[in-house]
Ligand binder design. Structure first.
Ligand code: BG6
Length: 484
């Protein structure tokens, strides 16, 4: 099965913060892979912009080093690399001052797609947006791309939205949540709305509960200053887990179109119930031999920020009334594993004298590692001896089912950057969606702050605090095993 790569239109992409970590780790390697795949047309240009005193050759050397560091050798053939670097240039510029903007204007073409990637802290978003218009660099159809964190709470998110809106229309603002670019996340929509099988059962009548897990085995070393102010709730739940929840719970949009999809996601967020204090478990990892504790990682011996969170929540609408959604995410856990699990109910009556729980189908959608889906079904155990039932998995690991094509699937950033050039906002968050997510998050955080709750310690390499398991035991349920 050969994959179809359709080149995008010629473009000028300016990366502000081009010497930073995200640009080197994700944006530049992603662009290079799209170039190798033939998706980036010959007339495309990438312009790095940053404060560092570099000329174009100096920046190309940085790009070359970044690709070497973040792509395996077979993925960066020398001939392609040379051709890619010809499309790269650099502009030294000061986001807060006048320096460099005139030069940048000289580098931008008017007759191609213009995209400006703000790979910088949110405090610079306003300056960049203003100067792009003030110096007449961004044309009427120019797009801007902004990264998370999009605000620290509802108030700051509103202020950011207002700042951007003063210079760019919403249809030109691309707020990245890289989870939406993950292959399996989009597959969730394909599964739900491209098949007949699941959607009729996808509701409170047939679904017992839903589990969403995003577990990481790494700690927060190196990002302590940001993370200690954010914590797992702001860093992961408000955005990535919320997006997974929305795609799982939303109504079918009338078409696969940016506003139709985002309208449905927004309705889910607005229908979320407030979370009761007893339905939240916060944790913070301890140290072990050779493994620093969270407090050591962030350099704050008094920190009460959570590196783990588990929540039980409900959605007040017809489809989901009374169906719990359990969310958990954390650092330094036993395994790196992200999945969404739809646990169906048992058949209403067993004619086979089955033990409790048998016949309760389980659909798991694995985001990482080994992207794929797995459906647990009950069948007759082969052989004589009467009607004994067993549960077996109908496993579809994409790499096995689709071969090389799945293994070569673009990474989240590659796909999202190409969507920006195509002008497709479906997989980007709209301003009102981000605000609604904060409007739900803020009272949860305010609640534990007012109560003075402290996170519970958990051992590195574990599944989080014991109370997270109790959160489900209370409802006579269990978390899925955390394994890579
Ligand atoms: C980022 C968070 O948005 O997502 C990080 O800030 C987290 O804390 C990362 O580690 C996880 O992304 P992925 O793609 O590795 O699951």
């Amino acid at each position: 099965m050969a994959s179809r790569v359709i080149p995008v239109a010629p473009f000028d992409l300016v990366i502000f913060g081009a010497t930073g970590d995200l640009a080197r780790r994700k944006i530049l390697p992603g662009l290079f892979r799209r170039f190798c795949d033939g998706q980036m047309p010959g007339e495309a240009r990438i312009i790095g912009a940053a404060r560092s005193e570099l000329d174009a050759d100096g920046f190309r050397a940085l790009v070359r080093a970044a690709l070497r560091e973040h792509l395996p050798a077979p993925r960066r053939p020398a001939r392609k690399l040379a051709a890619f670097l010809e499309r790269v240039s650099y502009c030294q510029l000061d986001a807060r001052g006048a320096k460099g903007w005139k030069a940048l204007k000289g580098l931008i073409r008017e007759d191609v797609v213009q995209a400006f990637y703000f790979s910088v802290g949110p405090s610079l978003f306003g300056d960049l947006a203003r100067r792009l218009k003030q110096h007449d660099i961004a044309g009427p159809e120019a797009r801007i791309v902004v990264e998370k964190p999009f605000g620290h709470d509802l108030e700051s998110a509103r202020a950011l939205n207002a700042t951007l809106a003063a210079h760019f229309e919403e249809r030109f603002i691309y707020r990245i949540d890289h989870y939406l670019g993950k292959e399996t996340v989009q597959n969730l929509m394909a599964l739900r709305f491209g098949n007949m099988l699941f959607e009729p059962l996808w509701n409170a009548q047939y679904v017992d509960h839903v589990q969403i897990t995003v577990a990481e085995s790494v700690g927060v070393a190196g990002r302590g200053a940001y993370y200690d102010r954010a914590g797992a709730m702001r860093d992961m739940v408000q955005n990535h887990l919320m997006q997974l929840l929305c795609l799982t719970a939303m109504e079918p949009p009338s078409k696969f179109d940016p506003d139709a999809v985002r309208d449905e996601k927004l309705k889910v967020i607005r229908a979320l119930d407030p979370v009761a204090p007893g339905d939240i478990v916060r944790g913070q990892y301890e140290g072990a031999e050779g493994v620093p504790s969270y407090r050591e990682d962030v350099g704050n011996p008094e920190s009460t920020t959570e590196s783990f969170i588990a929540l039980r929540l409900e959605i007040s609408n017809w489809r989901w009334n009374g169906t719990p959604f359990y969310l958990r995410t954390g650092k330094r856990l036993r395994a790196r594993m992200s999945e969404i699990v739809i646990q169906f109910k048992e058949p209403p009556h067993s004619i086979f004298d089955s033990p409790p729980g048998q016949g309760a189908n389980e659909l798991s959608i694995r985001l990482q590692p080994d992207e794929g889906m797995d459906l647990k079904v009950t069948i007759k155990e082969p052989g004589p001896g009467g009607m004994r039932l067993i549960d077996v998995p109908l496993d579809m690991t994409f790499a096995e089912a689709l071969g090389a094509e799945a293994a070569e699937a673009p990474d989240a950033y590659e796909r999202l950057i190409m969507d920006v050039i195509r002008g497709d906002q479906t997989l980007f968050m709209r301003g009102d969606e981000v605000e609604a997510a904060w409007a739900w998050t803020d009272p949860v955080i305010a609640g534990w702050e007012a109560r003075g709750d402290r996170p519970l310690p958990y051992e590195p390499g574990s599944t989080g605090p014991e109370d997270a398991a109790i959160l489900l035991h209370r409802d006579a349920r269990r978390w899925r095993e955390l394994k890579a």
